[in-house]
Design a protein around this ligand. Structure first.
Ligand SMILES: [Zn+2]
Length: 326
């Protein structure tokens, strides 16, 4: 029975995948400061040049379709190995580039000779030099580098025609569509985003198919966390919850919903027709224009002021809602 109930309550709510799909949050330091000697292996200052020597290049790329990551190993001005990885769109360029560096380091670990890995992303190298970084991949890279002293990370300037950098850039762009699918745990912020979207979707569904608040629904069909910014009088007018015969009738506070003038006493009547509120009238809308007209009133400052005065008048004048017992 509980399963049924849950389904019943959340028709558009698909269950989230397991906790292992999301990143663990790391905090504190995981390597003793005394042993954190990465400055020996990471440099921003070395000038790059295309020498033909064996070197690794990494890059990441993000577009609407997804995120791509790649490294390539160059020797004698040719690619001797490469890896393009395809990530889903929830991954940032930062993560794509960090992953490229991680994969490049793993590939370089088997070389047993000094090797340089070049990246054009400064913030990646800064993160790797940060002993307090929260990123689990950054932490893995730090540990791996310290046990593989022959691997060096270097920064190079992007888009100045360095062969390896251009190759890695091109591979990462192509990886978005053609790369090997690679799964990375999603950030917790993405889980929050997914939950928020699911909740809004349930709310929207209920709002569209509900029985109450229909006059408000006509004007505000989309649900949102942002307040609509209506004041008390405007809320009364839009919702119809105010000193209107139509409203009082619903709660049996009146036997009929007529205004003292004899017509149905709903908000639109007072705003466009009633002879007692003549000086606050808005132009009579045709049925098809009624909604647009209402929206216009609520987005125009002059109209809003007039509406406020009208509502105050209705609140103050009992004559409009007094029931004529004769
Ligand atoms: Zn009237």
């Amino acid at each position: 029975m509980p399963e049924f109930l849950e389904q019943d309550l959340h028709p558009t709510f698909s269950p989230f995948t397991s906790p292992t799909d999301y990143e663990n949050k790391s905090s504190g330091i995981h390597i003793h400061p005394h042993n954190f000697l990465l400055h020996n292996q990471i440099s921003f200052a070395e000038n790059h040049r295309d020498s033909g020597a064996k070197a690794v290049y990494t890059d990441g790329s993000k577009k609407d379709e997804g995120t791509g990551t790649a490294y390539c190993i160059l020797e004698n001005y040719g690619i001797i190995a490469s890896w393009p990885g395809k990530l889903d769109h929830s991954n940032s360029v930062f993560k794509a580039e960090i992953l490229a560096i991680k994969m490049a380091i793993e590939a370089a670990s088997s070389l047993h000779r000094p090797i340089k890995i070049w990246t054009d992303n400064l913030s990646n190298l800064m993160a790797i030099l940060n002993p307090k970084s929260h990123h689990s991949m950054v932490r893995e890279i730090q540990t791996f580098l310290l046990s593989h002293k022959h691997i060096h990370l270097r920064w190079l300037k992007t888009h100045v025609g360095y062969l390896g950098n251009e190759c890695a850039d091109q591979l990462a762009k192509e990886a978005i569509t053609k790369g090997d699918p690679f799964f990375l745990p999603k950030p917790l912020s993405y889980l929050k985003y997914e939950i928020r979207s699911a909740v809004l979707s349930i709310w929207q569904d209920n709002w569209e198919n509900g029985d109450t608040g229909r006059s408000t629904h006509d004007i505000v069909p989309r649900v949102s966390n942002k307040p609509v910014g209506w004041n008390r009088e405007e809320l009364m007018f839009v919702t119809g919850h105010g000193p209107f015969p139509s409203y009082l009738r619903r709660f049996n506070l009146r036997t009929n919903d007529n205004c003292s003038c004899g017509e149905k006493g709903d908000p639109m009547h007072y705003a466009t027709k009633c002879r007692f509120t003549l000086s606050w009238h808005f132009q009579t809308p045709t049925v098809s224009l009624k909604l647009q007209r209402l929206k216009n009133i609520l987005t125009n400052n002059l109209s809003r002021t007039r509406l406020r005065l009208l509502m105050r008048f209705i609140c103050d004048e009992n004559i409009l809602i007094l029931e004529d017992n004769n």
